[in-house]
Design a binder for this molecule. Structure first.
Ligand SMILES: NC(=O)c1ccc[n+]([C@@H]2O[C@H](COP(=O)([O-])OP(=O)(O)OC[C@H]3O[C@@H](n4cnc5c(N)ncnc54)[C@H](OP(=O)(O)O)[C@@H]3O)[C@@H](O)[C@H]2O)c1
Length: 104
Protein backbone atom coordinates (compact mmCIF):
# COMPACT_ATOMS: atom_id res chain seq x y z
CA UNK A 1 0.00 0.00 0.00
CA UNK A 2 1.47 3.39 -0.96
CA UNK A 3 1.71 6.45 1.29
CA UNK A 4 1.00 9.98 0.05
CA UNK A 5 2.04 13.17 1.85
CA UNK A 6 -0.34 16.05 1.12
CA UNK A 7 0.40 19.63 2.13
CA UNK A 8 -2.58 21.94 2.64
CA UNK A 9 -4.70 18.89 3.34
CA UNK A 10 -7.19 20.40 5.81
CA UNK A 11 -9.49 21.92 3.15
CA UNK A 12 -10.03 22.64 -0.53
CA UNK A 13 -7.96 20.87 -3.17
CA UNK A 14 -5.70 19.19 -0.59
CA UNK A 15 -8.66 17.62 1.22
CA UNK A 16 -10.07 16.51 -2.14
CA UNK A 17 -6.75 14.81 -2.97
CA UNK A 18 -6.88 13.12 0.44
CA UNK A 19 -10.35 11.72 -0.29
CA UNK A 20 -9.39 10.51 -3.77
CA UNK A 21 -6.16 8.88 -2.66
CA UNK A 22 -7.81 7.24 0.36
CA UNK A 23 -10.47 5.83 -1.96
CA UNK A 24 -7.59 4.31 -3.97
CA UNK A 25 -6.26 2.65 -0.77
CA UNK A 26 -3.34 5.03 -0.20
CA UNK A 27 -2.18 5.72 3.34
CA UNK A 28 -1.90 9.44 4.05
CA UNK A 29 0.23 12.01 5.86
CA UNK A 30 -1.86 15.17 6.12
CA UNK A 31 -0.03 18.48 6.64
CA UNK A 32 -1.51 21.92 7.46
CA UNK A 33 -1.87 24.31 10.43
CA UNK A 34 -5.39 23.39 11.63
CA UNK A 35 -4.91 20.35 13.84
CA UNK A 36 -8.61 19.81 14.59
CA UNK A 37 -9.56 19.83 10.91
CA UNK A 38 -6.71 17.48 10.02
CA UNK A 39 -7.64 15.05 12.82
CA UNK A 40 -11.29 15.10 11.81
CA UNK A 41 -10.41 14.37 8.18
CA UNK A 42 -7.93 11.64 9.14
CA UNK A 43 -10.50 9.89 11.35
CA UNK A 44 -13.21 10.14 8.69
CA UNK A 45 -10.97 8.72 5.94
CA UNK A 46 -9.64 5.91 8.13
CA UNK A 47 -13.19 4.91 9.02
CA UNK A 48 -14.54 5.14 5.48
CA UNK A 49 -11.65 3.58 3.58
CA UNK A 50 -9.70 1.49 6.14
CA UNK A 51 -6.44 3.30 5.43
CA UNK A 52 -3.91 4.83 7.88
CA UNK A 53 -3.96 8.62 8.01
CA UNK A 54 -1.37 10.53 10.05
CA UNK A 55 -1.39 14.21 10.86
CA UNK A 56 1.55 16.64 10.90
CA UNK A 57 0.68 20.14 12.10
CA UNK A 58 3.00 22.64 10.48
CA UNK A 59 3.00 26.27 9.32
CA UNK A 60 4.80 25.90 5.99
CA UNK A 61 5.65 29.60 5.81
CA UNK A 62 8.23 29.04 8.54
CA UNK A 63 11.80 28.65 7.19
CA UNK A 64 12.40 25.39 9.07
CA UNK A 65 8.99 23.86 8.28
CA UNK A 66 10.00 21.57 5.41
CA UNK A 67 12.96 20.23 7.38
CA UNK A 68 10.73 19.61 10.41
CA UNK A 69 8.19 17.69 8.31
CA UNK A 70 11.04 15.63 6.80
CA UNK A 71 12.46 14.87 10.26
CA UNK A 72 9.06 13.85 11.68
CA UNK A 73 8.47 11.53 8.72
CA UNK A 74 11.94 9.99 9.16
CA UNK A 75 11.62 9.64 12.95
CA UNK A 76 8.26 7.89 12.59
CA UNK A 77 9.71 5.54 9.96
CA UNK A 78 7.10 6.52 7.41
CA UNK A 79 7.99 6.07 3.73
CA UNK A 80 6.51 8.60 1.30
CA UNK A 81 5.75 7.30 -2.19
CA UNK A 82 3.83 10.32 -3.45
CA UNK A 83 4.06 14.05 -2.62
CA UNK A 84 1.09 16.34 -3.30
CA UNK A 85 2.79 19.70 -2.75
CA UNK A 86 -0.46 21.63 -2.72
CA UNK A 87 -0.08 24.35 -0.06
CA UNK A 88 1.10 27.55 -1.61
CA UNK A 89 0.44 31.23 -1.97
CA UNK A 90 -0.69 33.52 -4.74
CA UNK A 91 0.23 37.07 -5.69
CA UNK A 92 -1.21 39.39 -8.27
CA UNK A 93 0.03 42.33 -10.35
CA UNK A 94 3.01 43.30 -12.48
CA UNK A 95 5.97 41.10 -11.52
CA UNK A 96 8.30 44.12 -11.61
CA UNK A 97 6.07 45.93 -9.11
CA UNK A 98 5.63 43.10 -6.64
CA UNK A 99 7.56 42.77 -3.41
CA UNK A 100 10.87 40.92 -3.89
CA UNK A 101 10.61 39.70 -0.29
CA UNK A 102 7.18 38.18 -0.92
CA UNK A 103 8.36 36.54 -4.16
CA UNK A 104 11.33 34.90 -2.42
N1 LIG B 1 -8.84 26.91 -5.89
C1 LIG B 1 -8.37 27.35 -7.05
O1 LIG B 1 -9.13 27.68 -8.01
C2 LIG B 1 -6.88 27.46 -7.29
C3 LIG B 1 -6.42 27.91 -8.53
C4 LIG B 1 -5.04 27.98 -8.76
C5 LIG B 1 -4.15 27.62 -7.77
N2 LIG B 1 -4.63 27.22 -6.57
C6 LIG B 1 -3.66 26.85 -5.54
O2 LIG B 1 -3.95 25.53 -5.05
C7 LIG B 1 -3.63 25.47 -3.67
C8 LIG B 1 -4.84 25.04 -2.87
O3 LIG B 1 -5.92 25.91 -3.15
P1 LIG B 1 -7.32 25.75 -2.42
O4 LIG B 1 -8.32 26.51 -3.21
O5 LIG B 1 -7.57 24.31 -2.12
O6 LIG B 1 -7.04 26.56 -1.07
P2 LIG B 1 -7.74 26.47 0.37
O7 LIG B 1 -9.10 25.83 0.29
O8 LIG B 1 -7.61 27.83 0.97
O9 LIG B 1 -6.81 25.46 1.16
C9 LIG B 1 -5.50 25.81 1.45
C10 LIG B 1 -4.87 24.69 2.27
O10 LIG B 1 -3.54 25.06 2.56
C11 LIG B 1 -3.36 25.08 3.97
N3 LIG B 1 -2.44 26.15 4.32
C12 LIG B 1 -2.61 27.46 4.09
N4 LIG B 1 -1.57 28.14 4.59
C13 LIG B 1 -0.74 27.23 5.13
C14 LIG B 1 0.49 27.32 5.82
N5 LIG B 1 1.09 28.49 6.06
N6 LIG B 1 1.09 26.19 6.25
C15 LIG B 1 0.49 24.99 6.05
N7 LIG B 1 -0.67 24.84 5.39
C16 LIG B 1 -1.29 25.95 4.95
C17 LIG B 1 -4.75 25.29 4.56
O11 LIG B 1 -4.86 24.73 5.85
P3 LIG B 1 -4.62 25.51 7.23
O12 LIG B 1 -5.32 26.81 7.14
O13 LIG B 1 -5.20 24.56 8.22
O14 LIG B 1 -3.15 25.63 7.38
C18 LIG B 1 -5.59 24.47 3.59
O15 LIG B 1 -5.54 23.11 3.94
C19 LIG B 1 -3.11 26.85 -3.28
O16 LIG B 1 -1.72 26.83 -3.37
C20 LIG B 1 -3.71 27.74 -4.33
O17 LIG B 1 -2.92 28.89 -4.51
C21 LIG B 1 -5.97 27.11 -6.31
Amino acid sequence: MQTALITGASSGIGAAFAHELAARQSNLILVARSEAKLQQLATALQTEFGIEARVVVQDLTQPTAATEVFEIVQQQGWVVDLLVNNAGMGDYGMFSQRSLKQQS
